[in-house]
Design a protein. Structure first.
Length: 201
């Protein structure tokens, strides 16, 4: 199987889709949305290399999760091996969510077999470029132009309510080595402010 270039992996998250999910951030994005939260993931330079089988095994070793979320970077830039991962984890009953900066129409019109493969292996697609001028707090999305699209019926997003404000969720994970992972949808400037404080500025 072909290799994946990863920006990061989080074994358990409740801020990247419904339920508890493993999260995979791929490295490399050709879209490069203005105001992107993950600019460090734009470059296609190698960061962490792994195979689809190794990544699937890593996800499946996490107990008590509902599925996996692919984010980025741009998952469709590594669509083939991610589709292989998705197929392996779905065979065990887990669900897959894929974020993309491309619109659903653009993805559907593509004749790239690897893009079609990843779409077919995705249960819930969150599609569209991030637009800072349309930033919002709706569940699962960062800006109002982005669409949450159930592709299989295995994940049915719940309507927004005061009890379901996923768009306002910010999750902090502290690893044993002290590394802090911030995920979810932080308010504008939070990550920049925290980074500056960690540098003593």
């Amino acid at each position: 199987m072909s290799e994946l270039n990863l920006a990061g992996f989080l074994a358990r998250s409740e801020a990247n889709g419904p339920g508890t999910r493993a999260v995979v951030w791929v490295q490399g994005c050709p879209i490069r949305c203005k105001g992107c939260f993950n600019r460090s993931s734009w470059s296609f330079s190698p960061v962490v290399s792994t195979t689809a089988r190794e990544l699937a095994n890593r996800i499946l070793s996490v107990q008590g999760i509902d599925g996996v979320t692919f984010s980025g970077g741009e998952p469709f830039a590594q669509a083939g091996p991610l589709a292989d991962v998705a197929e392996q984890v779905r065979q065990t009953g887990l669900t897959t969510i894929t974020y993309s900066g491309y619109t659903y129409g653009h993805l559907k019109r593509s004749r790239d077999p690897e893009w079609n493969h990843l779409l077919a292996a995705t249960d819930l697609l969150i599609a569209g470029p991030y637009r800072a001028d349309l930033a919002c707090n709706a569940p699962f999305i960062g800006s109002a132009n982005q669409k949450v699209i159930p592709l299989t019926g295995r994940i049915i997003p719940q309507p927004e309510s005061p009890q379901n404000r996923t768009g306002e969720t910010v999750e902090f994970t502290i690893a044993p080595d002290g590394m802090v992972t911030i995920t979810g949808f932080p308010p504008q400037g939070m990550v920049t402010q925290m980074a500056a404080r960690s540098r003593g500025e």
